[in-house]
Design a protein around this ligand. Structure first.
Ligand code: AMP
Length: 211
């Protein structure tokens, strides 16, 4: 089964993916993480993507799609698509890529959340440098300050989790990604992600997966 998580930055896609991978044997395909890995290892792709990410803008479809196409050559089942697709063009490309591999998207979960909650979540967010797990300075504190509970990795604040960048990212979401709710209407399951802890969100989603 392949699943897409659709929702604004900060709606809980990353943490939900983490739970689904740990408990239900899914693999997360996060285009944001793939770009960040490429930036850390200073590849050409990373240098290209960094120009856009630093400003909170979307990386061009052609660059993003070819990175995903390459990934799918090695794995294309039991995937959680987190942060991809983000535009109509990416969604059409993904359909075609999976069709070519005799595969498909089975369910799309739309994490619906009030925009006023997002800013607070993103400004307090920290991620582990190693495993990318996400924490929050108020709502999801690590046991030891600045250190990941899972692998003792250093917790860092993402450069695009600053207020001006967050505004641009939310704008990109509203104009370019939100239209995918209509695109996927036949596979879409709407989940109320307001006022809900990570494990409550997981319970809501997993009841639709049947695993
Ligand atoms: P994320 O980790 O999903 O919040 O993504 C961080 C940043 O990576 C985004 O703000 C974009 O600049 C870039 N990015 C991630 N996924 C995509 C995508 N599917 N299309 C274009 N840009 C992306």
């Amino acid at each position: 089964m392949n699943i897409i998580l659709l929702g604004a930055p900060g709606s809980g896609k990353g943490t939900l993916s983490e739970f689904l991978c740990d408990k239900n044997n899914f693999t997360q395909l996060s285009t944001g993480d793939l770009f960040r890995e490429n930036i850390s290892s200073k590849t050409d792709l990373g240098l290209e993507a960094q120009k856009y990410m630093n400003e909170g803008k979307l990386v061009p479809d052609s660059v993003t799609n070819s990175m995903v196409e390459k990934y799918l050559e090695s794995k294309n089942t039991n995937l959680i698509f987190d942060g991809f697709p983000r535009t109509d063009e990416q969604a059409l490309a993904l359909d075609q890529m999976l069709k070519n591999l005799n595969n498909q998207i089975d369910k799309v979960f739309y994490l619906e959340i009030d925009e006023s909650v997002l800013l607070g979540r993103l400004t307090g967010r920290m991620i582990c440098k190693i495993c990318k797990r996400s924490y929050h300075k108020v709502n999801r504190k690590p046991l030891k300050e600045g250190i990941c509970d899972f692998d003792n990795g250093e917790l860092i604040v993402r450069p695009d989790d600053q207020e001006d960048k967050i505004k641009t990212r939310l704008e990109a979401y509203n104009t370019q990604t939100a239209p995918l709710i209509e695109f996927y209407k036949n596979k879409l399951i709407k989940i109320d992600a307001d006022n809900c802890s990570p494990s409550e969100l997981y319970d809501r989603v997993v009841s639709f997966i049947g695993v």
